[in-house]
Ligand binder design. Structure first.
Ligand SMILES: Nc1ncnc2c1ncn2[C@@H]1O[C@H](COP(=O)(O)OP(=O)(O)O)[C@@H](O)[C@H]1O
Ligand SMILES: [Mg+2]
Length: 336
């Protein structure tokens, strides 16, 4: 349904020299550097899959979605969605897809919500009868009735997000792009939105590409997880595979008596396959228990510095994804 091949996006970024003189210089003679926001992404999403497109802030998720929805043109590479080229077949293509950017709305700010839907009905040329059944269904899964006559600007964030999702679904799109649809929402609204996403996916076999920072969203909704970091793929698989591949990474936390002692400990030098994160007087040590036995790490530590407390943690998938997102795994140069 979604075919992406070697997709790249490079932005020109202006480099500014320091100070006021520098500002003037870059104003009149801007120096730019190429910035690769998306690098060689290749993936296929089959019909009906909920595809979790996951990564830290700035990883390139929204840029990719903008290319897949025809808002941005790729620097190189190809994307085809249900046989359409988003840039070339733009007019026909918009009938095929629904898009929600959690950070902004596609609703008319001053119109009562119902009016927005009436306008969209005309835009997408939905026949009267179909429109009525569709609105009934969307009301049912997203609970719009309480505020459907209110102007959009008076809606709460949670109401607005539900209204936006309904708007993206009015024309029965085959593919739905949801860019952070649960951002900033409270638990009960998140729950409602998750149920609506599940209903749409199950009842209409809608293919869904979802980005989120919410680990519950990932666990409850995503049938497949595609992790990107700095524009590149770092993992592609199911949550079970993610657990298998990284579930063996355990964590032990030492609380030191003297915080300056952390410099004495050099786990990387002593062991391979180990990651550490130091915060004040605590050291988090991440390791693969099948490669480095826990007692060795504890002994190494106790032999060198006085310890106040030791805690061993078994990571669940939430920890794993969180650590992935914080780039603690797979990238030695950046540690928390
Ligand atoms: N129009 C643009 N011009 C220059 N840089 C951009 C532009 N849009 C995004 N970027 C940069 O590309 C990177 C990826 O951004 P984005 O795709 O929004 O990340 P994400 O959605 O994963 O948080 C960021 O470093 C961002 O600053
Ligand atoms: Mg984004």
């Amino acid at each position: 349904m979604i075919e992406v091949h070697d997709l790249n996006k490079t932005f020109k970024k202006v480099v500014k020299e320091k100070g006021l003189a520098g500002s003037f210089k870059s104003l009149f003679n801007p120096q730019t550097v190429d910035f690769e926001a998306v690098k060689n992404l290749t993936f296929n999403v089959p019909k009906g899959q909920v595809f979790g497109f996951i990564g830290a802030n700035g990883a390139g998720k929204s840029t990719t979605i903008k290319m897949l929805t025809g808002i941005l043109t790729p620097t190189s590479g190809k994307c085809t969605i249900n046989g359409f080229n988003p840039q070339k077949d733009r007019k026909k293509y918009v009938q095929e897809i629904g898009v929600v950017f959690g950070q902004r709305t596609q609703l008319w700010w001053d119109l009562p919500l119902q009016e927005t839907y009436s306008v969209l009905k005309e835009v997408y040329q939905v026949p009267d009868k179909e429109f009525r059944t569709r609105m009934g269904f969307l009301n049912e899964i997203l609970d719009l009735n309480d505020f459907i006559n209110d102007p959009v600007r008076t809606l709460s964030l949670g109401q607005r997000m539900r209204a936006d999702i309904a708007a993206s679904l009015l024309h029965r799109p085959k593919v739905l792009f949801l860019d952070e649809p649960t951002i900033g929402l409270d638990v009960s609204v998140k729950d409602k939105i998750r149920k609506a996403i599940t209903a749409i996916n199950q009842e209409e076999k809608t293919t869904i590409l979802l980005t989120t920072h919410d680990l519950k969203d990932i666990e409850l909704l995503c049938q497949r997880i595609y992790l990107i970091d700095h524009g590149e793929k770092i993992f592609d698989g199911s949550i079970e595979e993610l657990k298998k591949q990284y579930g063996k990474i355990h964590e032990v936390v030492f609380k030191l008596e003297n915080k300056n002692d952390s410099s004495i400990l050099d786990y990387q030098k002593k062991f391979s396959n180990i990651d550490t994160a130091v915060a004040e007087d605590t050291i988090h040590v991440y390791f693969d228990a099948t490669k480095v036995p826990l007692p060795n790490i504890i002994k190494y530590t106790l032999d060198r510095v006085p310890i106040v407390d030791v805690a061993v943690k078994d990571p669940d998938v939430e920890d794993i994804v969180r650590r992935f997102i914080r780039r603690e795994i797979g990238n030695d140069s950046e540690k928390v």
